[in-house]
Design a protein around this ligand. Structure first.
Ligand SMILES: Cc1cc2nc3c(=O)[nH]c(=O)nc-3n(C[C@H](O)[C@H](O)[C@H](O)COP(=O)(O)OP(=O)(O)OC[C@H]3O[C@@H](n4cnc5c(N)ncnc54)[C@H](O)[C@@H]3O)c2cc1C
Length: 498
């Protein structure tokens, strides 16, 4: 008789939660699963909650797309009410075209045919350019959906790729052109053509393209129910376990060096929400063993800090390749005003970096709808790259100036009652960059260690976009790979009763 394999999943973001649930849904009785993570709240970078002091803590505004079938399925099985967690933004994308100082709306309901047609109705660019753009995008959709291998377009950025494929170069200056790139990735830098084409593919049906605002607190509405579901399947959650290094013997990971992050209990494991490297609670460093296999579902920016200075591990081409992957600090800003602002349903794209997207969340937040809170709530999100030396005040003031150019976007004139800027600089908050050429460096779920698997939005998966759905998909993959190798992983003979 063989005892169940003891699996340790590290990281309770979307990937770790999905991996833990998948293991138990598919192999309950054949595995036991412990989910250890450094914080207290579930959801990783997609967590948001109110702390004991009443502060709202979140990494930034999140949206979910219609193609998130794995995440929605997981929420449904866990009993997380979609009606409470997401609200439709009614298929509208708005692009601010700075050259004319106007906001134009692109209707993305109806899928690729309608979207390509709607490009032709987009009034932000001259008629002749519109017709050209619409034809170009229809051809691109045709190629994507005709089964073209998209990874071959990873080495080049989308802008150059589009020009090489015949797009009139000046069209790349319009916000409309940058909609798929900025709307999804919001990077100030270029995104590989592969990633933009993959986004268009996943959003090519009207169902897949529907955008939903994630309604916070997400930890309570999305991730805690999934955590409870995991526990109902027999899983165990262990908070405040921060992994600092792997201990291994040959090709097996045998133990983890862990510690409790200092200040646990205040927020997600960090003594300060903005700590760059997490200090540890003195005297809590220890070795954690007693497992047969590990799924590491921690961010890439954290993974590459494990076993620093251990040439044996980092000489392995699999692990060494990861150091070529870059990550970036995301930024977000919440501004509340007394008077109404930004009269658009859904996000407005096309603002200059670092805070390139703005969305009026008032209609989505319960406390405004119930009348408990008065005023209006605008959230901005973006990336810090290139703006690291700017002070918080400089970033906030620049973002407010830029938004004021958008009709209805003058927040100062609407009387600001609250303003908060987050710079997600700690390793565990950084986000993976989908720059050109990145695909070849993304690892798959299998590692050189027989009993170590990796998961996360940065690990190659069928979705391959840096998002919650990609993370969930990757968590499922890692779990499936582990289960396929189960006979080699557990195998401890269960003591027989005399
Ligand atoms: C500002 C911002 C806006 C975003 N907007 C969207 C959006 O609109 N839509 C969308 O789909 N996605 C969005 N994302 C991306 C989404 O949040 C991520 O893709 C997703 O959270 C990745 O999940 P993950 O499980 O791979 O990693 P993470 O969410 O990073 O989870 C990692 C887990 O590992 C834990 N951990 C880290 N280090 C250690 C350690 N050393 N030891 C133990 N545990 C550790 C963390 O505490 C966490 O539990 C956004 C992200 C940010 C930051």
């Amino acid at each position: 008789m063989t005892a169940p394999a003891r699996v340790l999943v590290i990281g309770a973001g979307p990937a770790g939660l999905a991996a833990g649930v998948r293991l138990l849904e598919r192999a309950r009785g054949r595995v036991t699963v412990t989910l250890a993570h450094q914080g207290h709240h579930l959801g990783g970078k997609a967590a948001s909650y109110t702390d004991a002091a009443g502060r709202r803590l979140e990494h930034g505004w999140h949206m979910m797309l219609g193609f998130y079938e794995r995440l929605f399925g997981l929420m449904d099985r866990a009993g997380a009410s979609r009606a409470r967690a997401v609200m439709s933004m009614f298929g509208k994308s708005h692009a601010f075209e700075p050259a004319v100082g106007k906001v134009f709306t692109l209707d993305s309901t109806g899928g690729r045919v309608a979207t390509a047609f709607n490009f032709a109705r987009y009034e932000g660019i001259p008629l002749d350019d519109r017709a050209h753009y619409s034809r170009f995008m229809s051809q691109v959709y045709g190629r994507i959906l005709g089964g073209e291998e998209l990874t071959q377009h990873d080495d080049v950025c989308f802008t150059r790729w589009a020009i090489e494929q015949g797009l009139r170069p000046h069209l790349t200056r319009y916000s409309l052109f940058r909609l798929f790139r900025d709307g999804y990735f919001n990077f100030p830098e270029q995104v590989s053509a592969y990633h933009v084409l993959q986004t268009m593919k996943l959003m090519s049906t009207s169902e897949g393209a529907e955008a939903f605002a994630a309604v916070g607190p997400y930890s309570e509405r999305v991730w805690a129910p999934i955590g409870r579901y995991f526990e109902s399947l027999g899983g165990v959650v262990e908070p405040y376990v921060m992994v600092r290094a792997l201990g291994y013997d040959g090709r097996r990971v045998t133990k983890l060096h862990v510690a409790r992050p200092a200040g646990s209990g205040h927020d997600d494991g960090a003594s300060s929400w903005k700590a760059a490297r997490l200090p540890v609670e003195p005297g809590t460093e220890r070795e954690l063993g007693g497992f047969d296999a590990v799924i590491a579902a921690i961010p890439q920016a954290v993974f590459v800090t494990l076993n620093e200075g251990d040439p044996r591990m980092w000489r392995s081409p699999y692990v060494a390749r990861m150091t070529n992957l870059r990550s970036v600090a995301t930024m977000s800003m919440t501004v509340r005003t007394r008077d109404p602002v930004l009269p658009y349903v859904g996000p407005v794209h096309g603002l200059p970096a670092p805070l390139g997207i703005a969305v009026n969340m008032t209609r989505y937040l319960d406390r405004y709808r119930s009348g408990e809170e008065r005023g209006h709530d605008v959230q901005l999100v973006g990336q810090e790259a290139g703006f690291e030396s700017w002070s918080d005040d400089a970033v906030a003031s620049f973002a407010l100036d830029q938004l004021a150019r958008v009709p209805g976007g003058d927040l100062r004139a609407a009387t600001i009652t609250y303003l908060e800027l987050h710079r997600n600089r700690a390793d565990f908050e950084r986000i993976f960059v989908c720059e050109p050429g990145v695909q070849r460096f993304r690892p798959g779920p299998l590692t050189p260690f027989d009993n170590l698997f990796v998961a996360g939005d940065w690990v190659k998966n069928d979705v391959d976009l840096v998002c919650m759905e990609g993370a969930v998909c990757s968590g499922y993959d890692a779990a499936d790979q582990l289960l396929a190798r189960l006979p080699d992983l557990g195998g401890r003979s269960e003591a027989r009763a005399p």
